[in-house]
Design a protein around this ligand. Sequence first.
Ligand code: MYA
Ligand code: FAD
Length: 667
Amino acid sequence: MSRWIQNGDNVDITKERKNATFNTERMSAWIHGGDEVLKRRREILDYVKSNPDFKDPIPVEFLSREERVSNGTRKIVKMTDNTDQIDGADFFGEGMYFQSLVMGRDLHPLSLHYIMFLPTLQGQTDDEQLDEWLPKAIARSIVGTYAQTELGHGTNLSKLETTATYDPSTQEFVLHSPTITAAKWWPGGLGKSSNHAIVVAQLYTKGQCKGPHPFIVQLRDLETHKPMKGVRLGDIGPKLGINGSDNGFLLFDKYRIPRKAMLMRYSKVQPDGTYIAPAHSKLGYGTMVFVRSIMIKDQATQLGAAATIATRYSAVRRQGEPVVGNGEIQILDYQTQQYRVFPQLARAFAFLFAAYEIRDLYLRLTEELTHGNTELLPEIHALSSGLKSVVSWDTAQGIEQCRLSCGGHGYSQASAFPEIYGYAVGGCTYEGENLVMLLQVARYLVKAAEETRKGTSNLAEICGYISKTGRRTSSLTSIANYTTDQIIEDLEHVARKQVFHAYDKLKKAQQHVKPEDAWNQSSVELAKASRWHVRLYLVKTFLKKVDKAPEDLKKVMIHVARLYAFDIISSSSGNFLEEGYMRPDQITEIKEGVYECLAKIRPVAVSLVDSWDYDDLELKSVLGKRDGNVYEALLQWAQNSQLNKSDVIPTFEKYLGPMMKDARSKL
Ligand SMILES: CCCCCCCCCCCCCC(=O)SCCNC(=O)CCNC(=O)[C@H](O)C(C)(C)COP(=O)(O)OP(=O)(O)OC[C@H]1O[C@@H](n2cnc3c(N)ncnc32)[C@H](O)[C@@H]1OP(=O)(O)O
Ligand SMILES: Cc1cc2nc3c(=O)[nH]c(=O)nc-3n(C[C@H](O)[C@H](O)[C@H](O)COP(=O)(O)OP(=O)(O)OC[C@H]3O[C@@H](n4cnc5c(N)ncnc54)[C@H](O)[C@@H]3O)c2cc1C
């Protein structure tokens, strides 16, 4: 046994846990939403651990693509056989946790069934359609996906090429893919698993195009699982991540579906072909808004996992001997290491708390829509799009920092970083390419700026700062006295300034060039404005959440929240220095604030990541193991390699042996 292990756990990590200045369980409960939530998490965990059906035969990294798809399919069927173990109404909490424990980060053939197919049925069908389709989808007698993106278009939905042409003589729609670029491309579970899909196609009726609309379409025979006549589909091949998912392609050849296959909650086509428009033209985009809003928690969970792995490993890894003869120190003691890892932990917290907010807002929207009120839609579209973009980008960068912080072992799949990264970085693209979504936020901000300039502003609270008259200079005197209100005020200043900078640039350009060129020439600045708007929201949400925390937890969390804010300010100091809003000495003060926060977090870092309550089963990382016994575990993990099945593999006989023999004979 290693000299670093005592009573089963690594001695360094045990020492770290003894240093905790707060109760980890209380912190976990606060993070996750209360004691009852924590208790339920533990019950779900125990259930998953005790069920042999959920075990992987070997770590999934050692499985081939076919084996991954097969293993994932086996597990998701078992998992969904047992949904009575969780509160089905709590997808955001219990559902996501259950799935994460059982399925890991590979996604699976039913991902889209649950994330988009079911929610689309719930959100877009009329009552009759709901009664027909929802029970089948919930019972899993059909498996569905969401087929919107095409080879040629993902972002620009107005140019999708798949057509759904209404034929009043038979009361059917004819689905057709007129070109190669009309092929649906990407939908998860489409390749080999789904037999139904929500297909988004251009609706044509009475000779007119009414834009993209969703239809429910049977793709495969229910018994044989063979493609229906007029349907061509398959898997799109391996990807950067989520290779347990059979993302697919799909083409239609004049495939007929009944009129009632068009989802008719908002838009309708009557039997004679008369089109009835929805109350709001973007109501059909509702499922995307839903996924963007739940993605935030998922991304936070991935970044939290990466930060947990990096922190635990940094506590057990010893390298370098600053005082020769005193022994090597834990790499977590290096300020550079803390600077690399702790901001990622702080971000993960910020994102998680924002995820709770957007969840609540989305629930409000759903409620309002049942009363036909669409007022909240633009605000939620802007917030969910902005959060999705900033959070997924920072998550991807943060995971990479965590990987780098683990040196060589971070590069091994044993660390889980490649899988976490491959899974999470998809979020920068799916549900709307990040930059495109930032430009959607910008449209919202431009309107707010316009109202402010006109002096007619009655802005939503989220952009109320745009119409405020702020200070000309920061009121920061010393970091010790830098209050939450002052921090927010400073960020508001920079966000407001960038919004007006982009707005003025746009307006000026509009005087000289066509509106679309003016937009394009201002788009980098507009995207920057959106980022600041979202960062401000994240900082505000985090600081306010911590301000309301119980005192014992607030004492610790205040340093994490301040680190999040100070890191943003100090890494964009140019924006704060502009026009003398801050002085260089104030920036120096904030940088010192960063270092102070790092030092405050250092002694409790392991306990803080423990509070996220990741079980080893969820982390799936040899480096992030709770007991800290990484070296033993790495050696053991490597034994799973197929190459280790025999001492000598055929490449020796075939290539290396003859090469060396030949060389020896010539010496
Ligand atoms: C366990 C849980 C895990 C979580 C997840 C992990 C697994 C995930 C697995 C992977 C799953 C991945 C699955 C997938 O990836 S599914 C495919 C996802 N695809 C996309 O997201 C496509 C992105 N594109 C768009 O959304 C639209 O085309 C955009 C938005 C770009 C333009 O739109 P459009 O072409 O129509 O342009 P327009 O000029 O006519 O209109 C612009 C106007 O419309 C307003 N507007 C736009 N949208 C909305 C809206 N929604 N609510 C309210 N309003 C909205 C907007 O503010 C503007 O208003 P105004 O300024 O004019 O007043
Ligand atoms: C892992 C994964 C899973 C997916 N799952 C599904 C699924 O289940 N179902 C489904 O239908 N789709 C799915 N997709 C597709 C996904 O939604 C699209 O890829 C995404 O919306 C981006 O669209 P695009 O591929 O057309 O990118 P493009 O729009 O071609 O983006 C390429 C570049 O062009 C830029 N760009 C494009 N338009 C503009 C503009 N107007 N202004 C400025 N810049 C612009 C972008 O910023 C980007 O830099 C998935 C994708 C991935 C990666």
